[in-house]
Design a protein. Structure first.
Length: 116
């Protein structure tokens, strides 16, 4: 299924963390693939995504679960995002932990960007 959200997105804002924290290890990002998989990375969190594309409140959207590590400790959660103009706006949840709203902008290269 083709979806305008597919591709790589640079995290530009999160409710709980400032940009310096988001980019602690490398620039924060989400990547959504046509295969229904993807990745996320911010602070010391790295994870793989299992995505479902569709709509939410009439906007192009993705809902996902994720699993990975935070400073090498296993962690998981879920999240969602909608396309709002040229930005991605959503919320990320840690299982039994924090949750934070986020905003991201499409990226064309760098960490998380799909390479040809």
């Amino acid at each position: 299924m083709k979806n305008a959200i597919m591709g790589s997105w640079r995290i530009t804002e999160m409710e709980l963390w400032d940009q310096e924290a988001i980019d602690m290890m490398a620039p924060g990002y989400f990547r959504f693939d046509a295969s229904g998989m993807g990745e996320l990375g911010f602070i010391a969190v790295q994870g793989g995504l299992d995505c479902r594309y569709g709509t939410r409140d009439g906007k192009t959207a993705v809902e996902f679960s994720w699993e990975g590590a935070d400073e090498m400790d296993p962690c998981s959660g879920r999240g969602w995002a909608v396309l709002d103009g040229d930005r991605l706006i959503g919320r990320l949840f840690f299982h039994m932990g924090d949750d934070s709203g986020f905003t991201a902008e499409r990226q064309t290269q760098g960490r998380g960007a799909k390479r040809n």
